[in-house]
Design a binder for this molecule. Structure first.
Ligand code: HEM
Length: 410
Protein backbone atom coordinates (compact mmCIF):
# COMPACT_ATOMS: atom_id res chain seq x y z
CA UNK A 1 0.00 0.00 0.00
CA UNK A 2 1.17 3.51 -0.82
CA UNK A 3 1.67 5.59 2.31
CA UNK A 4 0.61 9.25 2.11
CA UNK A 5 3.49 11.49 1.09
CA UNK A 6 4.47 14.96 2.28
CA UNK A 7 3.97 17.02 -0.90
CA UNK A 8 7.25 18.96 -0.40
CA UNK A 9 10.10 17.81 -2.63
CA UNK A 10 12.39 17.89 0.40
CA UNK A 11 11.15 18.61 3.94
CA UNK A 12 14.45 19.47 5.64
CA UNK A 13 13.62 23.16 5.84
CA UNK A 14 10.10 22.49 7.18
CA UNK A 15 11.47 20.00 9.72
CA UNK A 16 13.92 22.57 11.07
CA UNK A 17 11.44 25.45 11.08
CA UNK A 18 8.35 23.66 12.45
CA UNK A 19 10.65 21.58 14.65
CA UNK A 20 8.90 19.61 17.38
CA UNK A 21 5.53 20.13 15.68
CA UNK A 22 6.49 19.00 12.18
CA UNK A 23 5.51 15.32 12.43
CA UNK A 24 2.26 16.06 14.29
CA UNK A 25 1.36 18.83 11.80
CA UNK A 26 1.99 16.59 8.78
CA UNK A 27 0.12 13.65 10.27
CA UNK A 28 -2.89 15.88 10.89
CA UNK A 29 -2.75 17.35 7.39
CA UNK A 30 -2.38 13.95 5.71
CA UNK A 31 -4.90 12.18 7.95
CA UNK A 32 -2.42 9.41 8.76
CA UNK A 33 -0.04 8.53 11.59
CA UNK A 34 2.56 7.33 9.05
CA UNK A 35 3.80 9.20 6.00
CA UNK A 36 6.70 9.36 3.58
CA UNK A 37 8.95 12.36 3.06
CA UNK A 38 12.49 13.32 2.17
CA UNK A 39 14.87 14.84 4.68
CA UNK A 40 18.44 15.81 3.77
CA UNK A 41 17.45 14.44 0.35
CA UNK A 42 17.02 10.94 1.83
CA UNK A 43 13.69 9.12 1.69
CA UNK A 44 12.27 8.66 5.19
CA UNK A 45 9.10 7.28 6.75
CA UNK A 46 7.85 9.34 9.68
CA UNK A 47 5.39 8.05 12.25
CA UNK A 48 3.78 8.86 15.59
CA UNK A 49 1.48 7.40 18.23
CA UNK A 50 1.25 4.33 20.42
CA UNK A 51 1.07 1.73 17.65
CA UNK A 52 3.97 3.31 15.81
CA UNK A 53 6.04 3.38 19.01
CA UNK A 54 5.22 -0.30 19.59
CA UNK A 55 6.39 -1.10 16.08
CA UNK A 56 9.54 1.01 16.42
CA UNK A 57 10.54 -0.27 19.87
CA UNK A 58 9.79 -3.98 19.39
CA UNK A 59 13.29 -4.97 20.45
CA UNK A 60 14.42 -6.29 17.11
CA UNK A 61 13.37 -4.39 14.00
CA UNK A 62 15.67 -1.34 14.11
CA UNK A 63 19.28 -0.36 14.43
CA UNK A 64 20.57 3.11 15.28
CA UNK A 65 23.53 2.67 12.91
CA UNK A 66 23.33 5.31 10.17
CA UNK A 67 20.11 6.75 11.58
CA UNK A 68 21.39 10.08 12.93
CA UNK A 69 23.64 12.79 11.53
CA UNK A 70 27.28 12.23 12.54
CA UNK A 71 27.44 15.47 14.57
CA UNK A 72 24.43 14.39 16.64
CA UNK A 73 25.78 10.89 17.12
CA UNK A 74 29.22 12.08 18.20
CA UNK A 75 27.78 14.42 20.82
CA UNK A 76 24.93 12.30 22.19
CA UNK A 77 26.30 8.78 22.25
CA UNK A 78 29.19 7.94 19.92
CA UNK A 79 30.63 4.89 18.22
CA UNK A 80 31.02 1.83 20.40
CA UNK A 81 28.39 3.01 22.89
CA UNK A 82 25.47 0.89 24.07
CA UNK A 83 23.20 2.77 21.67
CA UNK A 84 25.35 1.72 18.72
CA UNK A 85 25.00 -1.98 19.59
CA UNK A 86 22.29 -4.40 18.49
CA UNK A 87 20.98 -7.81 19.56
CA UNK A 88 22.76 -9.87 22.21
CA UNK A 89 25.73 -7.46 22.52
CA UNK A 90 23.30 -4.60 23.21
CA UNK A 91 21.29 -6.55 25.79
CA UNK A 92 24.46 -7.56 27.64
CA UNK A 93 25.86 -3.99 27.79
CA UNK A 94 22.43 -2.59 28.66
CA UNK A 95 22.37 -4.71 31.82
CA UNK A 96 25.37 -2.75 33.06
CA UNK A 97 23.37 0.48 32.85
CA UNK A 98 20.18 -0.96 34.28
CA UNK A 99 22.01 -2.62 37.17
CA UNK A 100 23.41 0.79 38.12
CA UNK A 101 20.30 2.90 37.74
CA UNK A 102 17.06 1.18 38.68
CA UNK A 103 15.44 1.87 42.06
CA UNK A 104 17.59 2.86 45.07
CA UNK A 105 20.60 4.00 43.02
CA UNK A 106 18.40 6.65 41.39
CA UNK A 107 17.45 7.94 44.85
CA UNK A 108 21.13 7.96 45.79
CA UNK A 109 21.84 10.27 42.85
CA UNK A 110 18.96 12.52 43.96
CA UNK A 111 20.51 12.56 47.47
CA UNK A 112 23.80 13.73 45.95
CA UNK A 113 21.87 16.41 44.04
CA UNK A 114 20.23 17.60 47.25
CA UNK A 115 23.60 17.80 49.04
CA UNK A 116 25.00 19.85 46.15
CA UNK A 117 21.91 22.09 46.21
CA UNK A 118 22.50 23.00 49.87
CA UNK A 119 26.21 23.59 49.18
CA UNK A 120 25.55 25.89 46.19
CA UNK A 121 22.54 27.76 47.55
CA UNK A 122 24.62 30.36 49.44
CA UNK A 123 26.29 31.29 46.11
CA UNK A 124 22.89 32.12 44.62
CA UNK A 125 21.38 33.88 47.62
CA UNK A 126 21.56 37.66 47.36
CA UNK A 127 21.80 37.50 43.55
CA UNK A 128 19.05 39.16 41.52
CA UNK A 129 19.51 36.78 38.62
CA UNK A 130 20.92 33.28 38.50
CA UNK A 131 20.99 31.44 35.17
CA UNK A 132 19.31 28.23 36.20
CA UNK A 133 20.19 26.03 33.23
CA UNK A 134 23.87 26.47 34.03
CA UNK A 135 23.33 26.39 37.81
CA UNK A 136 21.32 23.15 37.64
CA UNK A 137 23.84 21.78 35.16
CA UNK A 138 26.66 22.31 37.64
CA UNK A 139 24.67 20.67 40.46
CA UNK A 140 23.87 17.70 38.25
CA UNK A 141 27.40 17.30 36.95
CA UNK A 142 28.75 17.37 40.51
CA UNK A 143 26.04 15.00 41.73
CA UNK A 144 26.62 12.52 38.88
CA UNK A 145 30.36 12.42 39.61
CA UNK A 146 29.78 12.06 43.38
CA UNK A 147 27.35 9.21 42.69
CA UNK A 148 29.75 7.51 40.29
CA UNK A 149 32.45 7.64 42.95
CA UNK A 150 34.77 10.19 41.30
CA UNK A 151 33.98 13.58 42.88
CA UNK A 152 34.94 16.65 40.85
CA UNK A 153 35.19 20.16 42.33
CA UNK A 154 35.95 23.82 41.56
CA UNK A 155 37.68 24.49 38.21
CA UNK A 156 37.43 20.89 37.08
CA UNK A 157 33.71 20.87 37.84
CA UNK A 158 33.27 24.12 35.92
CA UNK A 159 35.11 22.64 32.94
CA UNK A 160 33.21 19.33 32.97
CA UNK A 161 29.87 21.14 33.27
CA UNK A 162 30.74 23.42 30.36
CA UNK A 163 31.72 20.44 28.20
CA UNK A 164 28.56 18.48 28.97
CA UNK A 165 26.24 21.44 28.39
CA UNK A 166 27.97 22.26 25.08
CA UNK A 167 27.62 18.69 23.81
CA UNK A 168 23.92 18.60 24.64
CA UNK A 169 23.32 22.07 23.22
CA UNK A 170 25.17 21.25 20.01
CA UNK A 171 23.61 17.84 19.39
CA UNK A 172 20.65 18.98 17.35
CA UNK A 173 22.35 21.65 15.29
CA UNK A 174 24.84 22.10 12.51
CA UNK A 175 27.44 24.87 12.32
CA UNK A 176 29.05 26.75 15.23
CA UNK A 177 26.98 25.26 18.07
CA UNK A 178 27.77 21.74 16.85
CA UNK A 179 31.47 22.53 16.34
CA UNK A 180 31.73 23.95 19.85
CA UNK A 181 30.17 20.78 21.26
CA UNK A 182 32.54 18.60 19.27
CA UNK A 183 35.60 20.65 20.27
CA UNK A 184 34.72 20.49 23.95
CA UNK A 185 33.95 16.80 23.66
CA UNK A 186 37.67 16.05 23.27
CA UNK A 187 38.48 17.39 26.74
CA UNK A 188 35.64 15.40 28.26
CA UNK A 189 36.73 12.21 26.48
CA UNK A 190 40.27 12.60 27.75
CA UNK A 191 39.03 13.06 31.32
CA UNK A 192 36.71 10.04 31.10
CA UNK A 193 39.42 7.74 29.68
CA UNK A 194 41.87 8.82 32.37
CA UNK A 195 39.33 8.17 35.12
CA UNK A 196 38.82 4.61 33.88
CA UNK A 197 42.56 4.05 33.43
CA UNK A 198 43.31 5.23 36.98
CA UNK A 199 40.51 3.19 38.52
CA UNK A 200 41.82 0.11 36.74
CA UNK A 201 45.47 0.58 37.73
CA UNK A 202 44.52 1.50 41.30
CA UNK A 203 45.95 5.05 41.24
CA UNK A 204 42.39 6.27 41.81
CA UNK A 205 41.07 4.36 44.82
CA UNK A 206 37.31 3.75 44.63
CA UNK A 207 34.96 1.53 46.60
CA UNK A 208 34.04 -1.74 44.86
CA UNK A 209 30.31 -1.02 45.02
CA UNK A 210 30.51 2.30 43.17
CA UNK A 211 29.13 2.64 39.63
CA UNK A 212 32.58 3.67 38.37
CA UNK A 213 34.13 0.46 39.74
CA UNK A 214 31.44 -1.56 37.95
CA UNK A 215 31.95 0.29 34.70
CA UNK A 216 35.75 -0.01 34.85
CA UNK A 217 35.51 -3.74 35.58
CA UNK A 218 32.68 -4.54 33.16
CA UNK A 219 33.35 -7.22 30.56
CA UNK A 220 31.60 -7.40 27.19
CA UNK A 221 30.15 -10.66 25.82
CA UNK A 222 33.63 -11.67 24.60
CA UNK A 223 34.82 -11.65 28.21
CA UNK A 224 37.17 -8.70 27.63
CA UNK A 225 37.22 -5.42 29.55
CA UNK A 226 35.91 -2.51 27.48
CA UNK A 227 38.78 -0.76 25.72
CA UNK A 228 39.60 2.59 27.35
CA UNK A 229 37.95 4.65 24.64
CA UNK A 230 34.66 2.75 24.85
CA UNK A 231 34.67 2.75 28.65
CA UNK A 232 35.21 6.54 28.51
CA UNK A 233 32.34 6.90 26.05
CA UNK A 234 30.04 5.01 28.41
CA UNK A 235 31.18 7.10 31.38
CA UNK A 236 30.19 10.19 29.41
CA UNK A 237 26.90 8.45 28.59
CA UNK A 238 26.09 8.68 32.28
CA UNK A 239 27.40 12.15 33.18
CA UNK A 240 26.22 14.01 30.06
CA UNK A 241 22.56 12.91 30.08
CA UNK A 242 22.39 13.51 33.83
CA UNK A 243 23.48 17.08 33.13
CA UNK A 244 20.85 17.19 30.36
CA UNK A 245 18.18 16.72 33.04
CA UNK A 246 18.90 20.40 33.74
CA UNK A 247 16.46 21.24 30.94
CA UNK A 248 13.67 19.27 32.58
CA UNK A 249 14.50 20.95 35.92
CA UNK A 250 14.17 24.34 34.21
CA UNK A 251 10.85 23.29 32.73
CA UNK A 252 9.65 22.01 36.11
CA UNK A 253 10.59 25.35 37.66
CA UNK A 254 8.75 27.16 34.93
CA UNK A 255 5.69 24.94 35.38
CA UNK A 256 5.57 25.66 39.12
CA UNK A 257 5.51 29.38 38.35
CA UNK A 258 3.47 29.52 35.20
CA UNK A 259 1.13 26.55 34.90
CA UNK A 260 -2.15 27.24 36.63
CA UNK A 261 -2.61 25.01 39.69
CA UNK A 262 0.78 23.26 39.38
CA UNK A 263 2.30 24.65 42.60
CA UNK A 264 -0.92 23.91 44.53
CA UNK A 265 -0.92 20.38 43.12
CA UNK A 266 2.45 19.54 44.72
CA UNK A 267 2.39 21.82 47.77
CA UNK A 268 1.88 18.92 50.24
CA UNK A 269 4.92 17.09 48.78
CA UNK A 270 2.86 13.91 48.55
CA UNK A 271 4.99 11.30 46.69
CA UNK A 272 2.24 10.28 44.23
CA UNK A 273 1.71 13.92 43.28
CA UNK A 274 5.41 14.63 42.91
CA UNK A 275 5.63 11.62 40.59
CA UNK A 276 2.59 12.74 38.57
CA UNK A 277 4.03 16.24 38.26
CA UNK A 278 7.40 14.82 37.11
CA UNK A 279 5.67 12.68 34.47
CA UNK A 280 3.68 15.61 33.16
CA UNK A 281 6.84 17.74 32.88
CA UNK A 282 8.41 14.97 30.76
CA UNK A 283 5.29 14.63 28.61
CA UNK A 284 4.46 18.27 28.13
CA UNK A 285 7.78 20.02 27.52
CA UNK A 286 9.81 19.34 24.38
CA UNK A 287 13.17 17.59 24.58
CA UNK A 288 14.06 15.27 21.67
CA UNK A 289 11.67 15.78 18.75
CA UNK A 290 12.28 12.40 17.10
CA UNK A 291 14.33 9.26 17.32
CA UNK A 292 15.74 7.78 14.15
CA UNK A 293 16.27 4.14 13.23
CA UNK A 294 17.13 2.04 10.19
CA UNK A 295 15.26 -1.18 9.54
CA UNK A 296 17.27 -4.26 10.56
CA UNK A 297 14.54 -6.89 10.20
CA UNK A 298 11.97 -6.19 7.44
CA UNK A 299 8.29 -5.95 8.51
CA UNK A 300 4.91 -4.62 7.36
CA UNK A 301 3.07 -1.78 9.08
CA UNK A 302 -0.04 0.07 7.91
CA UNK A 303 0.09 -2.10 4.80
CA UNK A 304 3.55 -0.84 3.86
CA UNK A 305 6.58 -3.08 3.46
CA UNK A 306 9.56 -1.70 5.41
CA UNK A 307 12.74 -3.05 3.84
CA UNK A 308 16.19 -3.54 5.32
CA UNK A 309 18.04 -0.21 5.62
CA UNK A 310 14.90 1.99 5.33
CA UNK A 311 15.16 5.16 7.39
CA UNK A 312 12.37 5.83 9.88
CA UNK A 313 11.72 8.70 12.31
CA UNK A 314 9.43 8.19 15.28
CA UNK A 315 7.96 11.45 16.61
CA UNK A 316 8.56 11.45 20.36
CA UNK A 317 7.11 14.89 20.99
CA UNK A 318 4.24 14.16 18.58
CA UNK A 319 3.39 10.96 20.49
CA UNK A 320 3.53 12.77 23.84
CA UNK A 321 0.98 15.22 22.40
CA UNK A 322 -1.12 12.74 20.46
CA UNK A 323 -4.82 13.60 21.05
CA UNK A 324 -5.68 9.90 20.66
CA UNK A 325 -3.65 9.22 23.81
CA UNK A 326 -3.96 12.39 25.87
CA UNK A 327 -7.05 14.42 26.62
CA UNK A 328 -6.30 18.11 26.00
CA UNK A 329 -2.67 17.31 25.14
CA UNK A 330 -1.69 20.99 25.03
CA UNK A 331 -2.78 21.56 28.64
CA UNK A 332 -0.39 20.95 31.56
CA UNK A 333 -2.37 18.58 33.78
CA UNK A 334 -0.29 16.53 36.25
CA UNK A 335 -3.47 14.95 37.63
CA UNK A 336 -3.74 12.90 34.44
CA UNK A 337 -1.01 10.66 35.90
CA UNK A 338 -2.54 10.31 39.36
CA UNK A 339 -4.71 7.29 38.65
CA UNK A 340 -2.81 6.10 35.63
CA UNK A 341 0.49 4.32 35.11
CA UNK A 342 1.63 5.60 31.71
CA UNK A 343 1.73 2.97 28.98
CA UNK A 344 5.18 1.82 27.86
CA UNK A 345 4.43 3.04 24.32
CA UNK A 346 2.41 6.17 25.17
CA UNK A 347 4.66 8.37 27.30
CA UNK A 348 7.86 8.37 25.28
CA UNK A 349 10.14 11.35 26.07
CA UNK A 350 12.98 8.89 26.74
CA UNK A 351 12.04 6.16 24.31
CA UNK A 352 9.49 3.35 24.63
CA UNK A 353 9.04 -0.35 25.26
CA UNK A 354 11.11 -2.67 27.43
CA UNK A 355 14.30 -1.14 28.84
CA UNK A 356 16.28 -4.37 28.76
CA UNK A 357 15.42 -5.36 25.19
CA UNK A 358 15.53 -2.10 23.27
CA UNK A 359 17.17 1.31 23.39
CA UNK A 360 14.73 2.86 25.85
CA UNK A 361 16.58 5.19 28.19
CA UNK A 362 18.00 3.54 31.33
CA UNK A 363 18.14 7.00 32.94
CA UNK A 364 14.37 7.36 33.39
CA UNK A 365 14.46 6.43 37.10
CA UNK A 366 17.21 9.01 37.67
CA UNK A 367 15.35 11.68 35.69
CA UNK A 368 12.14 11.12 37.65
CA UNK A 369 13.96 10.98 41.00
CA UNK A 370 15.67 14.31 40.26
CA UNK A 371 12.42 15.97 39.21
CA UNK A 372 10.64 14.70 42.32
CA UNK A 373 13.51 15.93 44.47
CA UNK A 374 13.68 19.40 42.94
CA UNK A 375 10.11 20.38 43.83
CA UNK A 376 10.36 20.45 47.64
CA UNK A 377 13.80 22.08 47.45
CA UNK A 378 12.47 24.85 45.27
CA UNK A 379 9.28 25.31 47.30
CA UNK A 380 11.36 25.67 50.47
CA UNK A 381 13.69 28.28 48.97
CA UNK A 382 12.71 31.91 48.73
CA UNK A 383 13.10 33.03 45.13
CA UNK A 384 11.29 34.88 42.37
CA UNK A 385 10.90 34.73 38.62
CA UNK A 386 12.09 38.09 37.23
CA UNK A 387 10.45 39.41 34.03
CA UNK A 388 12.04 37.68 31.03
CA UNK A 389 11.20 36.12 27.69
CA UNK A 390 9.86 32.68 28.63
CA UNK A 391 8.76 31.61 25.18
CA UNK A 392 10.12 28.21 24.19
CA UNK A 393 11.21 28.05 20.54
CA UNK A 394 9.98 24.88 18.87
CA UNK A 395 12.65 24.94 16.19
CA UNK A 396 15.72 24.49 18.38
CA UNK A 397 16.80 21.01 19.50
CA UNK A 398 16.94 20.53 22.41
CA UNK A 399 15.12 23.68 23.41
CA UNK A 400 14.84 25.96 26.43
CA UNK A 401 13.24 29.37 27.03
CA UNK A 402 14.82 31.64 24.45
CA UNK A 403 17.31 33.30 26.83
CA UNK A 404 17.55 30.44 29.32
CA UNK A 405 15.75 30.64 32.64
CA UNK A 406 16.73 33.16 35.31
CA UNK A 407 15.61 33.16 38.94
CA UNK A 408 16.25 35.82 41.57
CA UNK A 409 17.34 34.83 45.07
CA UNK A 410 17.82 38.37 46.42
C1 HEM B 1 18.71 6.42 25.61
C2 HEM B 1 16.34 10.59 26.27
C3 HEM B 1 18.37 11.04 30.66
C4 HEM B 1 21.39 7.43 29.55
C5 HEM B 1 17.80 7.44 25.49
C6 HEM B 1 16.78 7.52 24.48
C7 HEM B 1 16.14 8.71 24.63
C8 HEM B 1 16.72 9.36 25.78
C9 HEM B 1 15.03 9.27 23.76
C10 HEM B 1 16.44 6.45 23.47
C11 HEM B 1 17.38 6.48 22.30
C12 HEM B 1 17.04 5.43 21.26
O1 HEM B 1 15.93 4.88 21.23
O2 HEM B 1 17.93 5.17 20.45
C13 HEM B 1 16.73 11.10 27.49
C14 HEM B 1 16.24 12.34 28.06
C15 HEM B 1 16.80 12.46 29.30
C16 HEM B 1 17.66 11.30 29.50
C17 HEM B 1 15.26 13.30 27.39
C18 HEM B 1 16.61 13.55 30.32
C19 HEM B 1 16.96 14.75 30.07
C20 HEM B 1 19.29 10.05 30.77
C21 HEM B 1 20.08 9.79 31.96
C22 HEM B 1 20.95 8.78 31.64
C23 HEM B 1 20.69 8.39 30.26
C24 HEM B 1 19.92 10.54 33.28
C25 HEM B 1 22.01 8.13 32.48
C26 HEM B 1 22.33 8.50 33.69
C27 HEM B 1 20.97 6.90 28.34
C28 HEM B 1 21.64 5.82 27.65
C29 HEM B 1 20.86 5.52 26.52
C30 HEM B 1 19.73 6.44 26.54
C31 HEM B 1 22.93 5.13 28.09
C32 HEM B 1 21.12 4.45 25.46
C33 HEM B 1 20.33 3.21 25.80
C34 HEM B 1 20.40 2.11 24.77
O3 HEM B 1 20.87 2.34 23.66
O4 HEM B 1 19.95 1.00 25.08
N1 HEM B 1 17.72 8.55 26.31
N2 HEM B 1 17.60 10.53 28.37
N3 HEM B 1 19.68 9.17 29.78
N4 HEM B 1 19.84 7.26 27.64
FE1 HEM B 1 18.64 8.80 28.08
Amino acid sequence: MELPRDPALDSTRAFFSEGYDWIGNRCRALGSDVFRARILLRPVVCMMGEEAARRFYDGDSFTRAGAMPQTTLRQLQDKGSVQALDGAAHRHRKQLFLSMMVGDPAEALADAFERRWHADLPRWQGRAEVRMHEAFGRLLCGAACDWLGVPVENDALRRRTREMLAMIGGAGSVGPRAWRGLALRRGAEHWAREVVRHVRDGTLAVRKDTPIARLAGFRDLDGELLDLRTAGVELLNIVRPTVAVSRFLCFATLALHRQRGAAAFVKDREPARLQAFAQEVRRFYPFFPVIGGRVRTPFRFRGHAFGRGDWVLLGLHATNHDPRLWEAPEAFRPERFLDREPGAFALVPQGAGAHADDHRCPGEWITLALLRRLVPLLLATEHRLPPQDLSIPHNRFPTLPRRGLRLGFA
